[in-house]
Write a protein that binds this ligand. Structure first.
Ligand code: PMM
Length: 291
């Protein structure tokens, strides 16, 4: 897929914000671990996500939840590649959520279009080379290490400034290795070495991330800070439907800020949020022509 580079989208067209549907082919992801571990169920759920309004399916075979043990490469390949192949054959646009260059490479060969690396090339030194040589868009997420070892990485004096500065370092490295700037997609990494307060501060500053001259992906869906907001006494009691409604509100904010895409478990609720923002934009002086 060749997405045109967005040049300084002061306010990009909210109606065109993409919805990336989450498909975790894992036994242990944050919210849906185990549900789509079986190949047939994973493919079926990918098709459900498309029917619910997803533009892109994000296929991942390794959980990044705090404390999760890394899956080995052969097992990750076994989980991800057949699902990518089958969904790509159904004409789905696929991103592959992996920290491994070989998994990215095999998934691109099987029909994936986008690499989604939560470590932005820090976990596997070959990842950015694979991105550069393939010419595929690559998501560079803000990352300070594996979550099981990251307890010392939660300190920020100014979370927005530091995340932006650290993302710029990743952008520079990607470009040095040969990734074209238009293929770089940024992600602030909500929940990754960040507490709830950090996440809300980032969401309050989405405009600054959008102004970085690259596409922006926002991935808040069903994360712990949403559960904490909805059920402060016991975040484990927050209901999934409520988390999806809260996620949709964040999708609306992201659309309004000019994000390129949101990564969500429940596309339908975010599609509605984007429709509302699109309608408002169509009636906003100076922005109406963008709808
Ligand atoms: N979060 C998770 C997995 N993949 N990819 C990107 N680009 N950004 C994220 O924030 C992100 C991701 C973990 O969430 P899940 O276990 O619910 O999929």
């Amino acid at each position: 897929m060749s997405e045109p580079a967005m040049s300084k989208p002061a306010k990009a067209n909210p109606e065109r914000m993409k919805i990336m549907g989450v498909l975790n082919v894992t036994p242990d992801s944050f919210s849906d671990g185990g549900r789509y571990f079986d190949h047939g169920r994973a493919v079926a759920h990918g098709l459900e996500l498309l029917a619910a309004g997803a533009d892109i399916i994000d296929v991942g075979g390794e959980s990044t939840r705090p404390g999760s043990v890394r899956v080995d490469e052969a097992e990750e390949l076994r989980r991800v590649v057949p699902v990518v192949r089958e969904l790509a054959a159904a004409n789905a646009v696929i991103s592959v959520d992996t920290m491994r260059a070989r998994v990215a490479e095999a998934s691109l060969a099987a029909g994936a279009h986008i690499i989604n690396d939560v470590s932005a090339g820090l976990s596997d030194p070959s990842m950015l080379t694979v991105a550069a040589e393939s010419g595929a868009p690559v998501v560079l997420m803000h990352w300070r290490g594996y979550l099981d070892r990251a307890s010392a990485t939660f300190h920020y004096d100014d979370v927005v400034a530091e995340v932006i500065s650290e993302l710029k370092t990743r952008i520079d490295e990607a470009i040095t290795v040969g990734v074209e700037p238009k293929n770089i997609i940024l992600d602030p990494g909500l929940g990754f070495s960040k507490n709830a307060e950090h996440n809300w501060q980032i969401l309050a500053a989405l405009d600054e991330f959008v102004s970085l001259d690259h596409r922006l992906l926002v991935a808040a869906s069903r994360k712990r800070f949403i559960s904490t907001l909805l059920s402060p006494e016991d975040p484990n009691l927050a209901e999934e439907a409520a988390k999806d409604q809260a996620t949709a509100a964040i999708s609306g904010l992201s659309a309004q800020a000019g994000a390129w895409a949101v990564r969500v478990h429940d596309p339908a609720t975010s599609v509605i949020a984007c429709k509302v923002i699109g309608a408002v934009t169509a009636h906003t002086p100076g922005l109406e022509g963008r709808a």
